[in-house]
Design a protein. Sequence first.
Length: 522
Amino acid sequence: MRVVALTTILLAIPSPKVSASTSFDGRLTLGHSHGCVLRSDNRVSCWGRFDSGQTVSPAGEFRYVSAGAFHTCALDLGGTPVCWGHNQWGQTDTVTLAGRYQYVSGGPFHNCALTEDTFPLVVCWGRNDHGEASPPYPGLSLSGVSSSGFSTCGIQVGAEIPGGGPVYVGPLICWGVSEGTESMPTSANHYSGLSGSADFGCAWKSYVPQGEDNVQCWGVPHVSGPGGPANAPPGNFTEVGVGDFHVCGIRANGTLHCWGDNSFGQASPPAGSNYVAVASGNRFSCARRRDDSLVCWGLNYDHNVPRYAITPELLPSGVVGMPYGGTLSMSELTSSGEQVGLAGQGQSFRVSSGALPPGLRLNDLPTGTGVFFSGTPNVAGTFTFVLTARERSGFEASRSYTIGIESRRVTGGNLPPRLLVPSQGSGVRGLSHAVSPRVDRDVDRAVAPGCRACRVLVKYWRTVASTLAHLVGDTEPKRSESTSSERGSDLELARRHEAPQSTRLTNSSTGRPEEIKNSDYE
């Protein structure tokens, strides 16, 4: 019984081996299984696991955001910390924090922030079982701080340039349970940022001599060997994000590079060279491109690695001069590709390749949940284009479409409304869709002089109009210019079929079956 009770207690205490990291610019951050981004309008959007409210961002504008394991913190435009989500250790309680802050670091269960001073002071709150929220001495001035596991590390401020700001030449300093810090660099270096987890950390320099590597990592032995996450690769990086047992960084040329554990693809980043921010979570990572679009990779267990698609997959063909319309939406997919729902509000669409058929356009829906694809095509042909959609956090989806636009079937004038073609299986033989009896007059006006095929069509439509008028009981059969024998045989054939209450017909402009009622033409 004692063993069971002890096991239960141990399981109830969250492990420090959960990771959270924030990009250097404070606009992209990942927790254990959720992420948040600071959009261009200074609003915070979050995704992923939400059981503690960590993805329910408050209203207002912010200038910095940083995620903990199951909570999130941000600085509003005035420099005031605001936190939400899991609060077992008071990690979201910010009412006692006075003054303005320029930087905040969300750790698994505690946070630290830097005051908005020339020599920034560090202030921490939240879980403090191992001293992780207690700086080693009062008045500690740091240029950067990283809250991780049961420890905190920072970059000390060393000197001040006359008339300028501080020079960040001080060595790294850590407090709390800092496993692996015996291998941490102790000399003064020009570090510009750092990121850490429970077992290791990494720091990078802004300026290094030509050919010198600028990332240094440290940690416990089992992560410091060949292929381990604390064994930084050569080269220059603008920033790195430390995850559970992997690290991802942005090289000087804007490409992504990851190392360490790759069990779930978390160390296999996408290609491209326009990345400006990166962060790593427990077993996944995300990056932001220069155009503010986002991409994530790795283990997707709580929608923390979103996948989206534009639906529907196909668009129908159209006809020149006939109205065309349809709705497109961005939908979220499961890891197996099944649709689980719409991406929500804030969707925007654009043509990223090719061109729409002339006469068609994209109109955003007022609800922000899709786009209305509409217009009247005016050029026949086959048109291929790629649509790209983006939801409000920045995730995108693209799909290639091909639309065939057919020429009008009769030339020389405007066709009567709802032009139709014969369809088998119709209640009235030879009729696919009913039109007003005035089609007799309209077709006459549409006939091109000298068009023999058009004359045949005129004869057909006159018979259709006359037959319909008789069947619905509006008028007596209308006499046409055709001979009495031709007209009589056509009408006699139609009269043999009793008009049904409803008829399954085919619309020629869409090619889709429609069910119509006799009352539609009364």
